[in-house]
Design a protein around this ligand. Structure first.
Ligand code: 5GP
Length: 190
């Protein structure tokens, strides 16, 4: 998606540790006009797939996922990072290693909001090693829901997540695919 690639080139900052900072338009301050266009693009890509639910993980995926849900006219569910382990059995849960913080989060979704009849489009801001996306797929599996595919804003294609998930037969569509990046020469796209 040229609009997103141009914005990354203009306002993205490549940090040490393989982190692309997009705080100016996606992750902290949000350009809602851009986010709306991204939501519409995911609708174009997955229009004929019977999607009835959008699933993301808090916090940085929520903005894009909101606009995607609006485009599809369906609910958005965000998996919550929980400090306590639930023993009541009313949630699906999985542990996810955070790419940016390195810690493990216990992530939950209420059984009320993810159903065996759901056809889920998973949305997230970044795809790197695939831990976040893998965790969300696992939650859908626990619920017996169908994963229609994933809509990713920025895939760092030189990292293993995209191949890992696609090799499992899951459709992954990314609006910008980064081929390489470093703090000196910046970002190049696939
Ligand atoms: P993965 O689980 O695929 O390794 O990483 C995806 C998650 O880590 C995303 O939900 C995102 O929040 C975060 N992440 C991964 N790479 C980057 C990056 O380069 N920049 C930012 N801002 N977040 C990233």
């Amino acid at each position: 998606m040229k609009l997103l690639e141009d914005r990354i080139l203009r306002d993205g900052l490549v940090m040490e540790g393989d982190v692309l900072k997009v705080d100016g338009f996606l992750n902290h301050q949000m350009d809602v006009i851009l986010l709306e266009e991204m939501g519409k693009e995911f609708l174009r890509l997955y229009n004929d797939c019977g999607v009835n639910k959008i699933l993301t993980i808090e916090a940085s995926g929520i903005g894009i996922a909101c606009f995607t849900a609006q485009a599809f006219g369906c609910p958005l569910v965000f998996a919550k990072k929980s400090k306590t382990r639930n023993i009541a059995g009313d949630v699906y849960s999985v542990d996810v290693v955070s790419y940016t913080h390195g810690n493990v989060s216990h992530v939950i979704v209420s059984r009320n909001y993810l159903l065996p009849t759901d056809r889920v489009l998973i949305v997230d801001d970044f795809l790197a090693n695939g831990a976040a996306l893998g965790g969300l797929i696992e939650l859908c599996g626990q619920a017996g829901a169908t994963v229609v595919g994933a809509g990713i804003a920025i895939e760092k294609a030189y990292q293993p997540g995209g191949k890992l998930i696609r090799d499992r037969g899951i459709r992954v569509e990314s609006l910008a695919r980064v081929a390489a990046m470093d703090p000196v020469s910046g970002v190049t796209f696939c």
